[in-house]
Design a protein around this ligand. Structure first.
Ligand SMILES: Nc1nc2c(ncn2[C@@H]2O[C@H](COP(=O)(O)OP(=O)(O)OP(=O)(O)O)[C@@H](O)[C@H]2O)c(=O)[nH]1
Ligand SMILES: [Mg+2]
Length: 388
C-alpha cells in the first residue's frame, strides 16, 4: 500500500478545559475496539501509534469498568492518527480499480487551559504556537459547547457562550501574526467549523434544533465576531462555514458512580462529517460563489477520490469526461461529478450500499454508509447541516 492511496482527513476539536475533548477521542477509539463494534462494522479503527491507542483504550476501559475519567490534558497537544481500514480488500482486480485502500483520520486534541491561561515560559509559548499551527491545518473543526456549563449557567447561558466564542477568537487572534505564512492568509485551514454540544446526555430533552436555537438566540453576535476573525486568516474567506452546522455529542451516559459507555450520541458521525461534509460543502461553494478556478482544488482535500468511490469509477469518469493531465485535479469539469456524488438520492445510496456489501466492496460500502449516517443524523435531530 503506497502512501498516496490513504487519503488523510484532519479534525480539530476546540473547547475549554473540561469540555470533554479527551473523553470524546477515547470514546471514539475505545468503542471501536469492542467486539460488538468489530462484528457489525465495515472497518477497523487502528491507532497508528500503538502506545497512543492503548492509552485511549485505557481511558475508555477506566470509564466503562471503574467509572474513572482521564485527567485534564496538560502541557502538550496530541494528534491521534487512526487508520480506517476496510475489513476486507476484496479481490485483487477490485482493489486495483479503487482510488484508495484505506482512510486516515487525524484527530487533534490539546489542553483546553491553553486558551485560559498564559504560557509559563517562552518555550511553552513556542510549543503552543506549533501545536495551533498544526491544529489549524485541519479540514473540519468542532467547537465544543460544554453541556455541563450550560446547566451551571442556567438562564445566563449567553454569558458562558460569549466567553467561549470570545476566548477562542482572542486566542487565535493573539497568535495570528505567527500563524500566517509570511503575513499571507492561509490556504489550508478548517473551512467548516461545527458548533457541537458536548455532554448531550445532560440535556435529554434538547435536540439539535433546540441547541441551535439556544446558541443563535444567545450568541449570534459573538459567533459573527469569531467568524470575522477566522476570515482574516484565510484565502478565499467566503468559503468558510461557522454557525451553520450543529451537532450533539455525548461520549457516554454519565450517572452517579457509573459511566454507561454504550450510550453514545453523535460519535459515529465524526468520520462521516470529516470525510463527506467537506465534499458536500465544496459543491455548495462552487455553485454559489465565484471562486477562482485555481482555488477550487485547494479548498478541500480528497473531494475527488471520495466522489469517485461514491459514484463508481465508470460513472465518475464519464461525468468528468476528461481527466485533466495537467493543472488542478478539481476544476470546473469535476464539479458536476462531485455534485452528482453528493446528490445521489437516499434510496439510490441505500441500494448501492447493500450491493457493495454483498460484493464485499467494503470501501464503497463504507462511504455510502457514511452518507446514510449523515442523513440519519439529520433525521434523528443530532445534526444540522448548512443549507446555504
Ligand atoms: N455527562 C457527561 N460528562 C462528560 C462527557 N464527556 C466528558 N465528561 C465529563 O467532563 C470531564 C472532562 O472531560 P475531558 O475529556 O477530560 O475534558 P477536556 O476537554 O479534555 O479537558 P482538558 O484536557 O482540560 O482540555 C470528564 O472527566 C467527565 O466528567 C459526556 O459525554 N457526558
Ligand atoms: Mg483533555
Amino acid at each position: 500500500m503506497t502512501a498516496n492511496r490513504v487519503p488523510e482527513q484532519h479534525i480539530a476539536v476546540f473547547g475549554g478545559s473540561g469540555s470533554g475533548k479527551t473523553v470524546l477521542v477515547s470514546s471514539f477509539y475505545g468503542a471501536a475496539q469492542e467486539q460488538a463494534f468489530l462484528k457489525e462494522s465495515l472497518f477497523h479503527v487502528i491507532a497508528d501509534d500503538t502506545g497512543q491507542g492503548n492509552r485511549l483504550r485505557q481511558n475508555y476501559l477506566g470509564m466503562k469498568n471503574a467509572a474513572t475519567v482521564p485527567g485534564p490534558t496538560r502541557f502538550a497537544a496530541t494528534p491521534y492518527s487512526f487508520t480506517i481500514k476496510p475489513k476486507d480488500h476484496g479481490d485483487a482486480k477490485a482493489a486495483k480499480a479503487r482510488p484508495f485502500d484505506a482512510l486516515r483520520l487525524t484527530w487533534h486534541d490539546y489542553p483546553g487551559e491553553w486558551f485560559e491561561e498564559e504560557p509559563s515560559s517562552e518555550e511553552e509559548a513556542k510549543r503552543r504556537l506549533e501545536a495551533f499551527r498544526s491544529l489549524l491545518r485541519s479540514d473540519v473543526a468542532l467547537v465544543l459547547v460544554d453541556g455541563q456549563k450550560l446547566l451551571d449557567y442556567a438562564d445566563e447561558e449567553g454569558k458562558y457562550l460569549k466567553s467561549l466564542f470570545w476566548g477562542l477568537r482572542d486566542g487565535i487572534l493573539r497568535l495570528k501574526d505567527d500563524l500566517l505564512d509570511e503575513g499571507k492568509p492561509l490556504t489550508e485551514f478548517p473551512r467548516i467549523w461545527i458548533i457541537a454540544l458536548s455532554k448531550a446526555d445532560r440535556h435529554p430533552d434538547l435536540d439539535v434544533h433546540g441547541f441551535q436555537d439556544l446558541v443563535v438566540e444567545q450568541a449570534a453576535g459573538d459567533i459573527a465576531t469569531l467568524h470575522e476573525a477566522l476570515k482574516g486568516l484565510v484565502q478565499v474567506p467566503e468559503a468558510l462555514s461557522l454557525g451553520e452546522d450543529f451537532l450533539l455529542l455525548s461520549s457516554a451516559r454519565f450517572e452517579p458512580g457509573k459511566i454507561e459507555v454504550s450510550q453514545r450520541v453523535g460519535i459515529h458521525l465524526v468520520l462521516p462529517v470529516a470525510t463527506l461534509l467537506p465534499l458536500e460543502r465544496l459543491v455548495q461553494w462552487a455553485e454559489r460563489l465565484d471562486i477562482p478556478r485555481r482555488w477550487l482544488d485547494r479548498l478541500v482535500d480528497n473531494a475527488d477520490v471520495f466522489a469517485e468511490v461514491l459514484l463508481g469509477p465508470n460513472v465518475f469518469r464519464d461525468l468528468v469526461r476528461r481527466i485533466p493531465k495537467v493543472g488542478p485535479v478539481i476544476d470546473k469539469f469535476v464539479i458536476p461529478a462531485l455534485a452528482a456524488a453528493i446528490r445521489l438520492s437516499k434510496p439510490t445510496v441505500r441500494e448501492m450500499n447493500a450491493e457493495a456489501r454483498s460484493r464485499k466492496d467494503y470501501l464503497t460500502a463504507i462511504l455510502t454508509q457514511f452518507r446514510l449516517d449523515l442523513d440519519h443524523g439529520v433525521e434523528d435531530g443530532v445534526l444540522v447541516k448548512s443549507r446555504k
